[in-house]
Design a protein around this ligand. Structure first.
Ligand code: SF4
Length: 58
């Protein structure tokens, strides 16, 4: 089973950040609509099961 930890869209919360917790991170994906491209960020954890957008990091 794949998890967010191995996804290229997963970014860990830095240890020096106010909201740091082990395993906590953000899923940041690029979206596009009629107005153009934008980034969508949502909280996740490295142990969360991957979603259909999963993209394996190298
Ligand atoms: S929620 Fe999906 S796209 Fe976002 S980090 Fe996890 S697997 Fe990747």
């Amino acid at each position: 089973m794949t998890t967010c930890k191995d996804c290229t869209y997963f970014f860990s919360v830095p240890e020096n950040a106010d909201d740091f917790e082990p395993g906590k991170g953000d899923c940041v994906t690029e979206k596009e609509d009629a107005k153009g491209k934008y980034w969508l960020s949502k909280p996740t954890t490295n142990a969360s099961f991957s979603c259909p957008t999963y993209n394996k990091s190298k």
